[in-house]
Design a protein around this ligand. Structure first.
Ligand code: ARG
Length: 571
């Protein structure tokens, strides 16, 4: 129960008492309740014009009648203004109710059982084998990771899938290059970069000697046919890539339940293609087989090439069936850049045309591009920033700041990692996901702006207060002392945190949580600077302020956790 539920309940009671035959209940009132734009208009407002149709009375009359019957321990008074009923809460009751609710939830404030018995598959990060992890992959990795936690927090069973890009003729070329110019040790030591170098060399040499292309194709055919040597090298390339990437995942604290990628579906596409044929959806076109989508304003989707080869979308079709049959998902989310909008629209439409209702649960969670210090990244122009380098640099910079600000901090390395990585992740999840992001160091690691370090610092500040607050642990708290405007701002943000979590989930938009948590940190800091938390002459008031601090600490920690950012206790 939160304050909104409680107030809604009282209003519904008052409405039924005021109007004979009125069937208004708490749930209906709750969805109508608004938060007024200004404090002087109350803490909640009921727009009564929305009731006037069903109740056949003027909004003002409805508001006045409810106001007359409204009497509850949590409500200070109600005012009728225009068609609104403005509710002013008894501030001490509000404070006590919210703080206790947060503390009783034991770190799970904002969680729910909305997803009980339901499963959501999340396809995120989905890296390509033999390519380096650059900052363009940060968003898919972190939005996916955060959404997984948000769904978990709401009772869903979640399945994190790294749909590896591990199929395509490029792997034949790479094996060809490896056989000609590579050796085991160089690749073992150089990792993905060594493979990239081989690939680049292949293209340079193929300019001079076009027969290399045929050799590359032949090697790919060998992989397809299950040739022992080809498969062995290919599998090893994958292992090397995953080992390299694991370092980044470890830094970020990200993990997956499945690494079933494109090659996993090699033997699972036939039934899908057959079904498309049986349903008359597959039509020949210039030797290839396609699904026509012009009725839906889309170009045809090629499912089989003229040489019989399958494509990216063929594998995604097979993957959709596999996920449906294996996990029985209610939702299947694809966290992939907006450049693939068309691909996913085609994919979902084809499944719909095949008559599979479960495809309604599939959704493309798209996001914008990342640029670096004002410049678009471009592999062709050699302007790339590797994620591992970026994270290491962030940790290094955080370390310098810590050295300067708190030279005596224990475990400085660990905190530097939490702050540096947290700053990058926070920055990535701070704006609406579809907005492009320009990564700038001065904005990422600033301790004062709307940044990860700022929020982490506020959390550490709360922890520091609580370390000194032992003396008030068993004192009965007097919440009449946290009724000032600054405390009220903090309390409202605490009480609305569950709504933020809910909205983040409904819109698949972690940034809602990032921003709400930031606002909470800002409100608490304002409170902290204007009020003394602990005052020996007022133990009961101190106890209330300490409890408020504890609630803030818990919720900031939860907010950060939900976006994949750690919360050190000292900074
Ligand atoms: N590997 C792809 C890329 O980097 C993303 C794969 C997304 N997932 C999917 N099921 N198509 O562009």
């Amino acid at each position: 129960m939160n304050m909104k539920n409680i107030v809604a309940g009282h209003i519904a009671d008052a409405a039924r008492a005021g109007f004979e035959g009125c069937a208004l209940d708490a749930a209906a009132v709750e969805v109508m309740l608004e938060i007024p734009p200004e404090k002087k208009l109350g803490d909640y407002a009921l727009p009564c014009f929305r009731l006037s149709k069903t109740m056949r009375k003027a909004p003002q009359m409805i508001a006045a009648a409810i106001a007359e019957k409204l009497a509850a321990p949590e409500i200070e008074r109600a005012e009728v203004v225009g068609g609104y009923l403005n509710i002013f809460l008894k501030r001490s009751a509000l404070a006590e109710n919210i703080v206790n609710a947060v503390l009783e939830s034991e770190g799970r404030w904002g969680s729910s059982s909305a997803g009980e018995g339901k499963t959501v598959c999340l396809d995120y990060s989905s890296i390509n084998i033999a390519k380096r992890f650059h900052i363009g992959h940060l968003s898919t990795t972190m939005i996916g990771h955060s959404l997984k936690r948000i769904y978990d927090f709401n009772g869903y069973t979640t399945v994190g899938i790294n749909h590896l890009g591990d199929w395509g003729t490029q792997f034949g070329k790479m094996i060809c290059a490896y056989k000609k110019w590579g050796d085991r040790e160089t690749v073992e030591q150089g990792g993905v970069q060594a493979m990239v170098d081989l690939y680049v060399r292949f293209h340079a040499e193929a300019e001079k000697d076009p027969t290399l292309e045929d050799e590359g194709r032949a090697w790919f055919k060998k992989i397809e046919d299950g040739d022992k040597e080809a498969l062995e090298i290919f599998t090893w390339f994958k292992e090397v890539t995953l080992k390299d990437t694991q370092r980044v995942y470890d830094l970020l604290g990200v993990s997956f339940d499945s690494y079933a990628g494109e090659s996993f579906y090699n033997d699972k596409m036939e039934p899908v293609v057959q079904e498309l044929r049986d349903k008359g959806l597959l039509v020949p076109s210039q030797g290839a087989y396609v699904v026509m989508l012009d009725d839906y304003g889309m170009p045809p989707a090629i499912v089989l090439r003229s040489d019989g080869a399958t494509l990216y979308i063929t594998r995604d079709l097979a993957a959709a069936f596999y996920r449906h049959n294996t996990y029985h998902f209610d939702k299947c989310l694809y966290v992939v850049a907006y450049q693939q909008n068309l691909h996913f629209k085609q994919l979902f439409k084809i499944l719909e045309l095949m008559g599979h209702d479960w495809s309604k649960g599939m959704e493309h969670v798209s996001f914008g591009m990342v640029s670096y210090e004002g410049r678009a990244l471009s592999t062709r122009e050699g302007y790339v920033v590797y994620l591992e380098d970026l994270l290491n640099k962030a940790v290094e910079k955080a370390r310098e700041i810590i050295e300067e600000k708190s030279p005596n901090l224990p475990n400085k390395d660990e905190v530097a990692r939490q702050v540096g990585v947290g700053a990058v992740v926070y920055f990535d999840l701070h704006n609406d996901r579809n907005k492009d992001i320009d990564f700038r160091w001065e904005r990422v690691l600033n301790f004062d702006g709307e940044t990860g370090p700022y929020v982490q610092y506020t959390h550490a500040r709360c922890c520091s207060v609580l370390r000194k607050a032992e003396a008030y642990a068993n004192v009965e708290a007097d919440f009449a002392t946290v009724t000032d405007d600054e405390a009220q701002d903090v309390l409202m943000l605490l009480s609305r945190f569950p709504e933020a979590v809910r909205k983040a989930m409904d819109n698949n938009e972690p940034s809602v949580i990032t921003r709400h948590t930031t606002q909470l940190a800002q409100a608490y800091n304002k409170y902290y600077f204007e009020h003394r938390i602990m005052d020996e002459s007022d133990p009961a008031g101190s106890a209330a302020r300490v409890k408020l601090t504890q609630a803030v600490r818990d919720v900031i920690k939860t907010g950060l956790w939900l976006i994949g950012v750690e919360a050190p206790e000292r900074m």
